[in-house]
Design a protein around this ligand. Structure first.
Ligand code: NDP
Length: 251
């Protein structure tokens, strides 16, 4: 299958794009002219809705199931992107998990620790390794951190630690890709109105966190997609090895 009628069309893989921030990024990059690979792990129907929304807006997209924590699945994800669209120019490493219950470190069980590191760290490692070999010269990689690293909120130790690893990958990868004209940056959202943030929180906690930033609201998935779109666009060409905190001024 090769849908790429114009070989100069740039191609973006967005991991975790069946809902939330990833879905908004996929739609935005499609509007910006990219052919988009909408990756997901479990929610096939929601991924198809994102693909259909892009198609009805005149864009091109496919949905590809792949658990980013599995190296073979990530290789197949890149294979499917190339089979469908001929190339990969942009990788957005948006897929990530955060448990709805956030116990302090002393009360965190092994399974929670292992799954957070498997998806957030190993998943990002798997896609970065593949991207280093397969993203076209001049391409862009955008990783996902979190502003909670700066906030250092109790309960977030393990989750924030996974995102610290992602920030470290980001500036070292930017240097390791010297000579390929590929930028590697991270976006670190603050509280953003998605299921990942809202699930398990009381209305009072949500309200308190929404008011914490000087702009006094939660971020929207589109706010974060705007930051990613900048980094993926020609205007982002000189930004490399950086983490951009998109959080309304929270930290
Ligand atoms: P959501 O839970 O709304 O969406 C997560 C997406 O990731 C889903 O599409 C899900 O797919 C996918 N996903 C989960 N696990 C895997 C996996 N193993 N392989 C592939 N895809 C997977 O999260 P958000 O949109 O809120 O978060 C997006 C990113 O932003 C994450 O990295 C998160 O850590 C980060 N972030 C979010 C903040 C927030 O306040 N929302 C704040 C700071 C950072 P499916 O459902 O199909 O399995």
């Amino acid at each position: 299958m090769n849908f790429n009628t114009n070989p100069s069309t740039q191609v973006a893989i967005v991991t975790g794009a069946s809902r939330g921030i990833g879905a908004a990024i996929a739609k935005r990059l499609a509007r910006d002219g990219f052919a988009v690979v909408v990756n997901y792990a479990g929610r096939a129907e929601e991924a198809d809705l994102v693909v259909n929304a892009i198609a009805s807006d005149g864009g091109r997209a496919i949905a590809v199931k792949a658990d980013v924590s599995e190296p073979a699945a990530v290789r197949a994800l890149f294979d499917d992107a190339v089979a469908a669209f001929g190339r990969v120019d942009v990788l957005v490493n948006n897929a990530g998990i955060m448990p709805p219950a956030l116990p302090q470190l002393a009360d965190t069980d092994d399974a929670t620790f292992d799954r957070l590191f498997a998806v957030n760290v190993k998943g990002t490692f798997n896609t970065l390794r593949e991207a280093a070999r397969r993203v076209e010269a001049g391409g862009r990689i955008v990783n996902f951190s979190s502003s909670v690293i700066g906030l250092a909120l109790p309960g977030y130790a393990v989750y924030a630690a996974t995102k610290s690893a992602v920030e470290t990958f980001t500036n070292i990868m930017a240097k390791e890709l010297r000579g390929k004209r590929i930028t590697v940056n991270a976006v670190a959202p603050g509280p953003t109105a998605t299921a990942l943030f809202l699930d398990g929180k009381t209305p009072e906690t949500i309200e308190r966190l929404a008011k914490a930033a000087p702009l006094e609201r939660l971020g929207t998935p589109e706010d974060i997609a705007n930051a990613v779109a900048l980094l993926a666009s020609p205007d982002g060409a000189w930004i490399n090895g950086q983490t951009l905190r998109a959080n309304g001024g929270l930290v």
